[in-house]
Design a protein around this ligand. Sequence first.
Ligand SMILES: O=C[C@H](O)COP(=O)(O)O
Length: 261
Amino acid sequence: MSTARKPLMAGNWKMNLNHLEAIALVQKLAFTLTDKDFDRADAAVLPPFTDLRSVQTLVDGDKLRILYGAQDVSEHDGGAYTGEVSGTMLAKLGCTFVLAGHSERRQYHREDDQLVNAKVQAAYRHGLTPILCVGEGLPVRQAGGQVAYTLSQLDAALNGVKTDQAKSIVVAYEPVWAIGTGEVATPDDAQEVCGAIRTRLAELYDTEVAAAVRILYGGSVKSGNIAGIMAQPDVDGALVGGASLDPAEFVKICRFGEMSG
Ligand SMILES: O=C[C@H](O)COP(=O)(O)O
């Protein structure tokens, strides 16, 4: 973690929690997280689409400092695309973030690098901050190809993204073998790839962009392992799946595993 970048803890709820459960969880987070916590790190939730309006109403009504966003965005801006949700709609719902290229979208919905790039571009068109997910599967890791593989996903997703846009992107390094498995990458594993991502950003853009971009680690993050991950110089936060559904656990993660805010 660098002091130059504000850490970001983002909870990806995946396909969990209806809109009533969403309100209850956000209320618990808001009740526990203090201004000191929010000054130290941004905390965000990424609920299913169907929860977003409820979360928006709560956040706006109670002037909460919790940020929120969506788990996906259409590459199209509107029209006859059944089942899709556009960036315009997400912006209207007050979303700050949108995930692009999560490995579950790549694996189960056949999203390729070209589509992920189109979704990153769609996010920027509507003033949303993409959280671009990259990361290798187990066979690539076992063959030692994690850096090359992850950087190729990064290059493809950033195709056509301009310097002033790139500055605001969030990149989440999520080794697929560590997602939902309990197999967390070691802090050194996380640093190796997150450091390589930052070096690549300097090559693709410049050192200012590389220094500004927040790079998260994701994959079986819990309150018990977040401190070691956050101690790495190129890790600026976490993309948290399962543990973000437990408000007490997510609060501890937002506090980097420390006992109080
Ligand atoms: O988006 C979050 C990641 O897929 C990590 O999920 P997990 O924390 O349940 O392993």
